[in-house]
Design a protein around this ligand. Sequence first.
Ligand SMILES: [Fe+2]
Ligand SMILES: [Fe+2]
Length: 168
Amino acid sequence: MLSTNLSEALNDQMNYEFYSAHVYFAMASYCKNENYDGFSNFFLVQAEEERSHGMKIYNYLHNRGEQAIISGFEHPDNKFESILDAFEKSLEHEKEVTRRIYNLSDIAADEKEYATISFLRWFLDEQVEEESSFDSIIQNLKRINNDSNSLFMYDAKMAKYTMPTSAE
Ligand SMILES: [Fe+2]
Ligand SMILES: [Fe+2]
């Protein structure tokens, strides 16, 4: 059994991870519609990862004797000015996720809930990787600076992106 406070906070984060999948589906669809199948693939894989993050918390809650409470969520952004804009917004989104995981870690630490502290360590490491990966894509896109040939090549590279094994 977890405290009500911690159980609610974990549920909240589980739902936020599922919402994150939604955020990335919207970005995938924007890219697809702009004929950037590679970037679209990247966001689809990202959405799949977010769903697996949500499921990690879902399973953890059940392992601790709690029911996962599924909620709805607000509409994600569907309009973007450019591929770069979508990636900048995704980095902002990841920073918000990181802030939330820190907050969750604070609650677990206050309660001396060592098993949950250990469980959350994976998420802390994952957020470092996620922020760094989005940041480097943004740097590359800025360097490309709308050069259509380079953007075409980068898109082709992104088409090969698959789910990293660390995300499973
Ligand atoms: Fe996530
Ligand atoms: Fe993420």
